[in-house]
Design a protein around this ligand. Structure first.
Ligand SMILES: Nc1ncnc2c1ncn2[C@@H]1O[C@H](COP(=O)(O)OP(=O)(O)OP(=O)(O)O)[C@@H](O)[C@H]1O
Ligand SMILES: [Mg+2]
Length: 396
């Protein structure tokens, strides 16, 4: 069928033509946003899920809902190499400018701008056009205290203007150690004061860096809806919805096959859908078309995504990843992986940590390790067929 009319959108953060199976989550977010805007208590949310399940698309959707409801939004994707303060400051400045436009600057907004200025100076963040004549309470250099002061000042300014501030933070697992605790402590204060400031986060399913007080606050402060593959009905809709708009349908057996092949993972549904489109001469898309498409889709994933990810690994990381893959798709005990490699737990632990740091693997709970990209285990078994036992990599 005509490539120019292919209705599928495989790609990071690219909105699908049919956002299937997420109505409940979107409604929950809408309720929280409307409540916050009306000055009612509302809970922040952290969406945790593997690569390609649609976290970014949801954050963008929530941003649009917040804007439609008259909230002030800041959406940022965390850069693992920068402190949180430097990343947040310019966004918060933007929010303050927008609050400023809602009503003539009052003392509260001056205070918030002053806090931002002190915060930016203390944490070496770049913000533009700061008016240095503003009253500036000095920052302490303790991120917990300074971020709390700043967010409280912003929340109070938003409250006075009958609006809410909605922070949307993507790749939240990359927030540096300590910074995440500070953010949580600051949001805890916001919630105690019932200020209209909400956060939606998205990230890989591990927030193991949290410790102590921050952890216990975080457990109560946020909802953590797991974002996983779509159920069969939603997966079918993700395929049929976009096609229907181009007057194209699928046969029932083709759909069953595609749901099974993709495991209902949103990114894979887009990839497989796009390949079905290319493999089909005319509607309906049949089982034979779907099978052809599945072969080309897998080859494209191998070339385009999996090989690139594998190439980013050192030899010992590859060996570790291959050992995880031996156990299948679900997270496995790192002790089993170490044993498979003929290494002690302490020899294997640094390699495991490297894989986590590179975003290749995650630890859903202590002692477990799994891949962040679905189907990566299958790829590794294809790309690196099992060798005869006996040769373990030397620890470095
Ligand atoms: N509910 C959905 N229905 C259909 N397609 C979806 C859905 N959610 C996301 N997609 C598609 O899946 C792909 C991945 O979405 P997105 O980039 O939001 O995932 P992600 O979870 O943020 O992934 P990553 O962890 O790699 O950033 C995109 O092509 C998007 O169009
Ligand atoms: Mg994303």
């Amino acid at each position: 069928m005509r490539a120019t009319h292919n209705p599928y959108n495989p790609g990071a953060g690219v909105p699908p033509r049919e956002l299937a199976g997420r109505d409940g989550l979107i409604e929950q977010a809408r309720v929280a946003i409307v409540r916050a805007k009306a000055g009612r208590p509302a809970k922040s949310t952290i969406m945790l899920g593997l690569r390609g399940v649609g976290k970014t698309v949801l954050l963008n959707t929530f941003e649009a809902i917040a804007e439609d409801n008259g909230c002030q939004t800041a959406l940022l994707e965390i850069d693992p190499d920068k402190p949180l303060a430097q990343q947040l400051a310019p966004h918060l400045q933007h929010v303050l400018h927008r609050l400023d436009r809602l009503k003539k600057a009052g003392a509260d907004l001056q205070k918030a701008f002053g806090s931002l200025q002190a915060f930016a100076a203390m944490f070496k963040a770049t913000v533009n056009d700061v008016d240095f004549s503003l009253a500036s309470p000095s920052a302490t250099g303790d991120l917990i205290i300074d971020l709390t002061d700043l967010l409280v000042a912003i929340g109070e300014a938003a409250k006075k203007r009958d609006t809410a501030v909605v922070l949307l933070i993507d790749e939240i697992q990359y927030i540096q150690k300590g910074d995440l605790s500070a953010l949580i402590m600051a949001l805890h204060k916001i919630s105690q004061r019932q200020l209209p400031l909400l956060m939606f986060g998205g990230g890989l399913p591990q927030l193991a860096k949290l410790a102590g007080d921050a952890k216990s606050y975080a457990e109560r402060l946020f909802d953590y809806p797991p974002i996983g593959p779509l159920d069969a009905a939603a997966a079918r809709l993700a395929l049929t919805g976009p096609a229907a708009r181009e007057d194209v349908t699928y046969t029932a057996d083709a759909l069953d096959y595609l749901v099974e092949q993709t495991g209902g993972y949103p990114f894979f549904l887009q990839v497989w859908g796009a390949h079905c489109w290319d493999a089909t001469a005319k509607s309906p898309i049949s089982l034979a078309d779907a099978k052809k498409a599945s072969a080309t889709a897998l080859a494209a994933l191998d070339e385009g995504i999996f090989k690139v990810r594998l190439a980013r690994l050192t030899e010992r990381q590859k060996a570790y990843a291959r050992a995880i893959a031996e156990f299948g798709a679900e997270p496995v005990h790192s002790s089993d992986v170490a044993e498979k490699l003929g290494l002690s737990l302490s020899q294997a632990a640094p390699i495991r940590d490297e894989l986590i740091k590179k975003g290749m693997a995650y630890s859903p709970e202590r002692g477990l390790i799994g891949f962040t990209v679905p189907k990566f285990d299958e790829f590794l078994r294809r790309a690196m067929p099992a060798k005869k036992p006996g040769k373990a990599p030397k620890p470095q």
